[in-house]
Design a binder for this molecule. Sequence first.
Ligand SMILES: Cc1cc2nc3c(=O)[nH]c(=O)nc-3n(C[C@H](O)[C@H](O)[C@H](O)COP(=O)(O)O)c2cc1C
Length: 447
Amino acid sequence: MRRNGKMKLGVMLWSLGYHEGAWLDPSVPANGGADIDYYAHLAALAEAAAFHFVFVPDSPSVIHEDYATIARVSRSAVLEPITLLSALSSRTQHIGLVGTATTTYHQPYHLARMFASLDHLSRGRAAWNIVTSGFKSEAANFGDKELPDHGSRYARAREFVEVVKGLWDTWEDDAFIRDKQTGIFADTTKLHVLNHRGDCLSVRGPLNIARPPQGYPVLVQAGASDTGIRFAAEVAEVVFTAAPSLELGKRYYATVKEKSRALGRDDQVLVMPGIVPIVGRTKQEASEKLKKLQSYTHIDVQIGTANRLLGSVTDLRSVNLDSLVPETLPETNFTKSRQNLLLDLAASHKLTWRQLIRMASDSLGHLMVVGTPDEIADVMVDAFDQHAADGFNVLPATFPDGLKDFIELVVPELRRRGKFRSRYSGQTLRENLGLERPLNQFTCRQV
Ligand SMILES: Cc1cc2nc3c(=O)[nH]c(=O)nc-3n(C[C@H](O)[C@H](O)[C@H](O)COP(=O)(O)O)c2cc1C
């Protein structure tokens, strides 16, 4: 993968906008979360702007824990990602389709089939955002009292991905000959049964679908702890991250590239941090947009979100909101790295609880840029040029207007500076991202 001077762009389709207050804005269709036309419209906007992908996040649970928050957020009424992306595959032609699925509570055989199917349906545009479950709310939906510990989740994830890749390689690319003369449909010398028996999983195979058009759908991951980054360096081709400053972004980028270089694959790993752009024709207009969204967000929601991101280890309803955030909190078994990130932000900016809670609610720890198209483009180009990013996962605060503003105002500015393309160059997502098509591991071994 060569950077070729241009950044990659994806857009996260999360509910009605990345900001928790989004659904209350008059411009936002509050019933969009389960409406295919709503998502198809957003995907069409992104595709017309030559974005590399749309990305659907997920948790198989209602992620908020208390009813006061659940009552006021829109995120408990969304579509399951693989189902949604399968529908979008027939409403789009070029754009990549990135879906999230957890390795903690799925079975690899099911997931290998589903992502292979999505890759066939979309003619090579599928990608899998590989996550380990970090939400407390997920455990009880699958018969567990608690989530497995962080290390065990990653151990299973590592084995899970190996199994899924092995299943995708069941059939060599040319195994299905479909010869009506001889009556032979499949060349079984090109069939490889996995027979996997490991520490966490036991899967025989073979998979009942032809090898995906891309070989493997593109593998996406967002590890941020030491274990998570090591895993990303080993398997990910696109890495998402929350990097709220240029310095943190550069550090994360260097770490991922260094670890993947040690494995000989740094040229096959793209780092794409999130950015929440609040675009205004003037800085004041942008600030007013943010203030409006904040005014929609009830304090119960802000506290619920901050509490979750900090790992549910403290009762934020009983703290003095105007006191300084302490340097440490009890360790969490949920998303450790996001707790660290927020505590580091609080320490470096000497934030009070009220300020941190607001920041967590606004951007969930991602970089938020409130300004003119020029100012937003400056930040993105700096991060790209200074090797903090190979591109961005754009997290519009509201849909559809937050995405439209970015496309109509910021994208032209990026193009004017030669940093973003105007049209698709390849057919598959891999081709568009400049990633290699993986060889079949069984064929490689025979050579
Ligand atoms: C942009 C972005 C999107 C993410 N999307 C999801 C998601 O959809 N579902 C999920 O369970 N975790 C999601 N995560 C969390 C990551 O998978 C990961 O758990 C997190 O970054 C912490 O890494 P760690 O486990 O190494 O601490 C996302 C993270 C980022 C930065």
